[in-house]
Design a protein around this ligand. Structure first.
Ligand SMILES: Cc1cc2nc3c(=O)[nH]c(=O)nc-3n(C[C@H](O)[C@H](O)[C@H](O)COP(=O)(O)O)c2cc1C
Length: 183
């Protein structure tokens, strides 16, 4: 299995997650970068008008892989717009893929992510997993946008998500094996 991790991160939480997964998989990694870096205003415009920003050319040959792990934040229930730009540009190369996000956490969001990924890439994802900032916060700060959206990953946080990350990667591998055997 030749895997490529493709990630986007605005405030580095998902970059920390991507680095942990890369360490575990020892595979290639591709960072999505906008031509013009997002800010609060351009993020709001992207969301309001369903825009996708221009992104830089990929440093890896995306077509060379047979498994993709996508990692990006969620903004207002949607996958961050630069990642959507990548999907629109490179979707023809993508066969087997899974998605994991370090996001604030909202009930019912995962189902919407599956629907959105299927629409954007033209076929269903393998495994979709949310790691929730809510789980890092004290009870009185959970489910409050100010705290979930403002949170920056601290040393030791990724350790807390380690079992969930391992579950995700084991499921990705098991699904890949199953598909390979049934082909
Ligand atoms: C404008 C904005 C909207 C957000 N909306 C959601 C949301 O709908 N659901 C969610 O779970 N998290 C939401 N978040 C939280 C981010 O997904 C979370 O902060 C993420 O870890 C940021 O990742 P990054 O540091 O890699 O950019 C939002 C954050 C921002 C800035």
């Amino acid at each position: 299995m030749k895997t490529l991790i493709v990630y986007y991160s605005y405030t580095n939480n998902n970059e920390a997650l991507a680095n942990v997964i890369r360490e575990k998989l020892k595979c290639d990694i591709l960072k999505i970068e906008e031509v013009k870096k997002r800010n609060g205003f351009t993020i709001a415009l992207d969301l309001l008008f369903n825009r996708t920003p221009k992104i830089k050319a990929s440093s890896s040959d995306v077509a060379l892989y047979n498994q993709y792990v996508f990692i990006a934040p969620i903004w207002a229930g949607k996958i961050a717009s630069p990642m959507r730009s990548f999907f629109i540009r490179d979707r023809f190369y993508i066969s087997n893929y899974s998605f994991i996000t370090l996001c604030g956490g909202q009930p019912g969001q995962k189902e919407k992510l599956v629907t959105s990924l299927t629409r954007l890439l033209g076929h269903e994802p393998g495994i979709v997993q949310e790691l929730q900032i809510n789980d890092l916060l004290p009870e009185d700060k959970r489910n409050t946008v100010k705290y979930t959206s403002g949170y920056r990953v601290q040393p030791g946080d990724m350790q807390k998500f380690n079992p969930a990350i391992d579950d995700f990667l084991n499921s990705v591998e098991a699904l890949y094996e199953l598909k390979r055997m049934t082909l």
